[in-house]
Design a protein around this ligand. Structure first.
Ligand code: ZN
Ligand code: ZN
Ligand code: ZN
Length: 225
């Protein structure tokens, strides 16, 4: 059973590897960052087992073995500081149900992206270059006769969304980020890059179907919500 109070800690970022961790205090008031993943007790070395109580305090369990899963201090499993005695635990997290649980935990930690969904102003869109007419950042789009266009090209709007989307600091764990919306959802919009219609896969080189979507399509999906 997952530790029921483990999400009481404040999400923060490991300065070494960039993983999202949860910050708690121990009974002495000392800060401790716990990894967001549940660890089977048998794979967590004695002394490295932690539990979170109902008020969010993290308690080191020492040698005790009271539950089937425990938390571990992120420091002990940080990918930037490999520790030989947790190799088995790291391997466990990479497979099957543990991997799926990690994905779910990451999804729960997604930042609020509602800001990405609002329509940007013309001026904001002009902060990126236009891939359609070649206007540089800060300059208005150009009409074929050389006159400045009042309205930005659609491709520039898409480029702006793509840029904004790339800039969100997403949660990550074990050095991996999961930020993309689900593939089935992305596919409900047409792809501005390869012109694949809604519900059809993207087209790669020589018209071959791509298994992944073009980045522009992901951005277009986000922008359309
Ligand atoms: Zn780390
Ligand atoms: Zn343009
Ligand atoms: Zn595409």
């Amino acid at each position: 059973m997952p530790s029921k109070y483990a999400d009481l800690g404040t999400p923060t970022t490991c300065p070494r590897c960039g993983d999202t961790v949860r910050r708690h205090t121990d009974p002495d008031g000392v800060q401790i960052d716990l990894d967001i993943r549940d660890a089977p007790t048998r794979l967590a070395p004695e002394g490295l087992r932690w539990r979170v109580t109902g008020n969010g305090t993290a308690i080191n369990l020492g040698w005790a073995d009271p539950t089937d899963t425990v938390r571990v201090a992120h420091e002990d499993v940080c990918t930037a500081r490999p520790q030989p005695d947790v190799a088995e635990l790291l391997a466990y997290w990479r497979r099957g149900a543990a991997r799926a649980a990690t994905q779910a935990a990451l999804e729960a930690l997604q930042p609020d992206v509602s800001d990405l969904r609002r329509t940007p102003s013309r001026r904001e869109v002009r902060t990126v270059a236009c891939p359609q007419c070649g206007a540089v950042a800060g300059q208005p789009c150009g009409a074929p006769n050389g006159a400045a266009r009042y309205v930005n090209h659609q491709q520039r709007v898409t480029a702006f969304h793509a840029d904004r989307y790339r800039s969100i600091p997403g949660p990550q764990v074990g050095g991996q980020r999961r930020l993309q919306p689900p593939r089935e959802q992305v596919r409900t919009v047409a792809c501005p890059r390869c012109s694949a219609p809604a519900n059809a896969p993207c087209n790669g080189a020589r018209g071959k179907e791509r298994t992944s979507h073009h980045f522009e399509r992901v951005a277009a999906f986000t922008a359309s919500c």
